[in-house]
Structures are given as C-alpha cells and as structure tokens.
Design a protein around this ligand. Sequence first.
Ligand SMILES: Cc1cc2nc3c(=O)[nH]c(=O)nc-3n(C[C@H](O)[C@H](O)[C@H](O)COP(=O)(O)OP(=O)(O)OC[C@H]3O[C@@H](n4cnc5c(N)ncnc54)[C@H](O)[C@@H]3O)c2cc1C
Length: 299
Amino acid sequence: MTYQLTADTFAGLTLLANEPLAKYTHTKTGGPADWLVFPETVAQVQAIVTYVHDHQIPLTVLGNASNLIVKDGGIAGLVMILTKMKHIEVHDTIVTAQAGAAYIDTTIVARDHHLSGLEFAAGIPGSVGGAVFMNAGAYGGETKHVVKSATVLTPAGEIKTLSNQELDFGYRHSAVQDDNLVVLAADFQLTPGDFDQIKAEMDDLNARRAAKQPLELPSCGSVFKRPTGYFAGKLIHDAGLQGYTVGGAQVSTKHAGFIVNIGNGTATDYLAVIRHVQATVKAKFGVDLETEVRIIGRD
Ligand SMILES: Cc1cc2nc3c(=O)[nH]c(=O)nc-3n(C[C@H](O)[C@H](O)[C@H](O)COP(=O)(O)OP(=O)(O)OC[C@H]3O[C@@H](n4cnc5c(N)ncnc54)[C@H](O)[C@@H]3O)c2cc1C
C-alpha cells in the first residue's frame, strides 16, 4: 500500500483499508481491497477518478459484484462500489437510473409506471452500470435494446453522454470496457404497456429462473460465454462435469453453467474448477470455453 491515500483523502467519504471483498461479491469469495470507498454523488465519483488519475493509483469500479471473481490476493489500489448511487426517475417513457441502482429495482419502477421493455431483466442481479458494461441480457432481451444513452466519466474526469450507437454494444460487450469509462447513469427508452401483462411476463421469467438456476447458493451466474454453435451448459453437462468440486466451489448440479459456493469456497477453488471445466470440454469436444465472468485482482 504505497499509494498516497489515507482514510480521509476524500472529504466526507470514508475510505476502508484492507477491506475483504468477499463481503460484497455474489460468490462470497475474494481477497481484500487495499482501499474501498462508496461514493454517493457524481461529484464524489469525479473527485475520486480525477485524484487516482493524477496520482496513478489503480482504480476498480464495481456495481453489485454479481459477475466477478476477485482473486484471493485482493485488489491493488482503490475499489469504488457505486451501489449508494441508486436514484431512479421516470419522464414520459424514459426511465433514468443511476449506475448503482439495482437492475431489478429499475425493472420494477418501469413496471409500476406501466412501461414495457425491461421485463427480460427482471431477475438479473446486477446494477445498471454493470448491465451497461456487460450488455447484460436474458430470455432474448439485451440491455442494448432498451438503452437510449448512458452518462459516463472518462479516465480524465470528463462527463460525456454516449448514444446507444456510441456504446457499441455486442455480446456481453460495450465501449465502456474498451475505453475504461465509469458509467454514471443510463436512460432506458421504453414503451407504454399494460401493468398486468408486464408483471405476468416478469413473474414468469423469474419462475423459470428459479426452476433452472441454483439461486439458493452463492454464484456469479453463467460462468462461460456461449460458444458459437453450442451452449456452454450443455457441453459441461455432456462432459459429465456437474458436481465436480474443488474445495467449496462446485459445478452446479442444477444448472451446469453455474459454479456455486457450497461453503467456504475461495476464489482459488473457483479458478481451479473453471480451468478443469475448460480443459475437459476442450479435450472432449474441441470447444474453447471463454469466461463471461470477469476475473480480477492479484494472485
Ligand atoms: C444468479 C445470477 C444470475 C445472473 N443472470 C444473468 C443473466 O440472466 N444475464 C446476464 O447478462 N447476466 C446475469 N448475471 C451476471 C450479472 O448479474 C450481470 O453481468 C450484471 O450486469 C453485472 O452487474 P454488476 O453490477 O453486478 O457488475 P459487477 O459484477 O460489479 O461488475 C462487472 C463488470 O462491470 C464493471 N462495472 C460495474 N459497474 C460499472 C460502472 N458503473 N462503470 C463501469 N464499469 C462497471 C466492473 O468493473 C466489472 O468489470 C447473473 C448473475 C448471478 C449471480
């Protein structure tokens, strides 16, 4: 920890030193952040980004930490979790949500304003910022279909609005990843709909999710991207890997695409299971499984 940071570097914000990230990740694994901060305003995010840029301090931005494996060595520098920036407002058919708003809460606000378009995201446990970063999608819907624009912060501290096109969405990809941007907020362009129909669709998708996914155990969702022409879960199932366990990390017996923490699992356990699954699927079917989950931090 040689960085020029102390507990009160940012006026009015508490910096937590050596804070275990397993407290925040959906897998319940991961080592400590050198420093962790929860900004509450855009001005605070801007001050943080400008400071770390000027002082060359590594910065990692997190939302709900639902698509992450943080290695057991933790994360160097400053980690900024945006979940306290969670305001959502509605103007006509546009829902504007701050980056730290839960995607699920955003779908509920849209539904309650009789606005259709976000039903697909009813059960995606990420934040709006993480959803834009990842172009999160489910059941045929994708974030790129509903985002009108996003407000982002550049590494130099400049606030910009990027249109849907400028966000350059692809399969689990957006320009946010390439340009090291921080998503501050997103505008979702929705269409007027019927409350009962929207609710029925969301309830149905959530029931399908609960039936198929091991939501009762910690996980990071689907670990692998869909390889062209295949389904990752089917390949893993056909390779006989369900139930494969290292330490406390296990290929789910309910959904082969998930790796669950069955108790005291570590990120090292997760990575060992991932490597074994990749090697086995490659040997049996000749298919490379690429991780969808982001693996970050030091060994
Ligand atoms: C049970 C379960 C089910 C899931 N189902 C789905 C699904 O159906 N579809 C799907 O697409 N995903 C699914 N996921 C994965 C995950 O919820 C999504 O990828 C989600 O969009 C990640 O958002 P997050 O806030 O948790 O991001 P995090 O995990 O916190 O971060 C993911 C990446 O986004 C970056 N990031 C986060 N916020 C910002 C920001 N404001 N600005 C810049 N970068 C940022 C982080 O640096 C990191 O690289 C599931 C996960 C779980 C645990």
